[in-house]
Design a protein around this ligand. Structure first.
Ligand code: SF4
Length: 336
């Protein structure tokens, strides 16, 4: 991560709710609270991991940053070379320009590659959109992009079905890089790949980050992957951040009971240092009717009466200048 921390994105009080409609008149009868009051900074040059079980809101938060999903409320300040603007307030033209700076890589690169187009056909679209006029220039740029993801230039004339999963993901990364972005939202980019290929793609992403000064938001349910690639990690549960700190600190000094349970489930090769697995009872509750108080309380072995009624705030429990944010009454008591 860069030495001087410059904020690239500042998210304040973000909420993304999806209405539930019922009946002939499609009346709104409730909301799925996918992202529920998140405040978070993303610094230039860092990799911020967003982790949590399926349905915790991490993908919705990523897409809300990119404005692919419009947030219901909150501020998404973006630092445009020193000029800070709320992404939610941008005009259509401004948003198009912003999307040149913010790109996304999906779990399934098929979603960004048209099966009936060659790789050149799929990758030239964003270049055309952002003003690269001649075909020769576009071929030159795409050739160089393929080389930067360790693929030969002539692969641009092949079709998506001719590639393996790992190769398609590298093409997905090349596509995201084609418009020279600053921030890439990586949504489970290696989850569908074999472990050996995962490592190749992760190493490639880390190399590209160094070369190009990229910032990543890395969304995954896989804590081993996020430990490998992230500078900081935000753990999400039912649309909220429950713990946020540096990667090393999170693994050494895990404070939130939910994070403790997630980390205890990571397989450990060293049998002498095997951790006792904390088994979480029950499923993640519905985000339509989140439990009152601490939303984790029905599954938490430390829950008290207070946890059932009062929602804990995300507060800094770090020491020695280390930021370590946790939302838990029990942890808060310890650090008072
Ligand atoms: Fe568990 Fe209470 Fe902490 Fe929630 S606030 S994680 S229920 S101890």
């Amino acid at each position: 991560m860069s030495e001087t921390k410059t904020k690239l994105v500042e998210i304040k009080g973000a909420k993304t709710y999806f209405p539930i409609k019922k009946g002939v008149f499609r009346k709104t009868v409730g909301y799925v609270k996918a992202v529920d009051d998140i405040t978070l900074d993303i610094y230039k040059g860092e990799t911020l991991g967003l982790v949590g079980e399926s349905g915790c809101g991490k993908t919705t938060l990523g897409k809300s940053i990119l404005q692919l999903i419009r947030a219901t409320d909150g501020v998404f300040n973006y630092n445009f070379d020193g000029e800070v603007k709320d992404l939610r307030e941008l005009s259509r033209t401004e948003l198009d320009e912003a999307r040149q700076r913010i790109q996304i890589v999906f779990q399934d690169p098929h979603s960004s590659l048209n099966p009936s187009f060659t790789i050149f056909g799929s990758l030239e679209d964003p270049l055309k959109k952002f003003g690269v006029k001649t075909r020769a220039e576009r071929r030159e740029i795409i050739g160089n992009l393929l080389e930067s993801v360790n693929m030969p230039k002539h692969y641009m004339d092949r079709y998506p079905h001719e590639f393996s999963g790992g190769q398609r993901q590298r093409i997905g990364i090349a596509r995201a890089l084609s418009v020279n972005p600053e921030l890439i939202i990586c949504d489970e980019p290696v989850s569908a790949l074999d472990v050996s290929i995962q490592a190749q793609v992760l190493n490639l992403m880390m190399d590209l980050q160094k070369e190009r000064g990229l910032t990543y938001v890395f969304i995954t349910h896989d804590l081993s992957v996020v430990e490998y690639i992230s500078d900081r990690i935000a753990v999400m549960y039912l649309g909220r951040i429950v713990e946020l700190t540096d990667t090393e600190e999170l693994f050494k000094n895990t404070l939130h009971p939910y994070t403790q349970a997630l980390l205890s489930a990571i397989p450990v090769a060293d049998l002498d240092h095997k951790k006792e697995r904390i088994v979480l009872e029950g499923d993640v509750p519905s985000p339509v009717f989140p439990p009152p108080g601490c939303t984790f309380h029905p599954r938490c072995i430390h829950a008290t009466e207070k946890c059932k009624t009062d929602a804990p705030k995300l507060i800094n429990c770090g020491s020695d200048g280390m930021d370590h944010f946790v939302a838990c009454h029990m942890v808060e008591e310890k650090f008072k």
